[in-house]
Design a protein around this ligand. Structure first.
Ligand code: G3P
Ligand code: CA
Length: 228
């Protein structure tokens, strides 16, 4: 029997509502996703905030680096669609262990605080480690998480070098390889699946969706998770 392919909403449900907002995440949940992917940065007051870019310029009415704004300052901004930038704590409270949460460490210096808050939500708020997946393109951030709490499931992101991703993934006991879908063939997926869960990102159009599904990946990350 074919195993189920997890439907993961990219930045919430980016194709439907402004990315990485609580509203976009609620939309993804309403589309019955198996998981939600979000990006995090550390802001000037120390909290992790859910945001993709390194600056706020593209999708808010503010300017400047996310890392140089305090949480209060980021909260005063409006995103496209007039939503707020959420903190990671708000997202953990909203999702509340009801689906997989794939937290991509995007910004510098995000690992320690991510490990702390995830451990807290597991120990005190009913989250289970199996519903958390921390991914990053940055090896150092994943290494730090692994050193602080090796129970946190990790995935290595790659958009250029699968061999390198695999070798590094072994050193941190990563459970997954998350690959740009354009790098994948059926043979590559079959080989990767001998050791890892394989997620493909970011697959939005119907033809590539059908092709990637036929390879038997474990999960697909899409702006339109309802198309998977
Ligand atoms: O996690 C997969 C994907 O989100 C990585 O690329 O640029 O959309 O964060 P990006
Ligand atoms: Ca991402």
């Amino acid at each position: 029997m074919e195993s189920k392919i997890l439907k993961i909403g990219h930045r919430g449900a980016k194709g439907h509502l402004t990315e990485n907002t609580l509203e976009s995440i609620k939309k993804a949940l309403s589309l019955k996703v198996d998981g939600i992917e979000i990006d995090v940065h550390r802001c000037a007051s120390g909290q992790l905030v859910v945001f993709h870019d390194f600056t706020v310029d593209r999708i808010t009415n503010g300017t400047g680096e996310v890392a140089k704004h305090t949480l209060k300052s980021l909260k005063s901004l409006k995103t496209k669609g007039t939503y707020q930038i959420p903190s990671l704590a708000e997202v953990l409270a909203l999702v509340d262990n009801k689906s997989l949460l794939n937290i991509e460490l995007k910004g510098q210096d995000t690992a320690k605080e991510a490990a702390r808050i995830i451990t807290f939500y597991v120990d005190k708020k009913g989250w289970e480690y199996e519903n958390i997946l921390v991914s990053s393109f940055q090896e150092g951030l994943l290494e730090t998480i692994h050193k602080i709490n090796d129970k946190i499931p990790l995935a290595v992101l790659t958009d250029r070098n699968l061999g390198r991703a695999v070798e590094f993934a072994k050193t941190i006991n990563a459970v997954g390889i998350h690959a740009d879908y354009t790098m994948l063939t059926e043979e590559i997926v079959t080989e990767l699946k001998e050791e890892f869960k394989v997620f493909a990102f970011t697959v939005n159009n119907l033809n590539p969706l059908a092709r990637i599904k036929s390879y038997g990946v474990d999960g697909i990350i899409s702006d339109y998770p309802d198309r998977i």
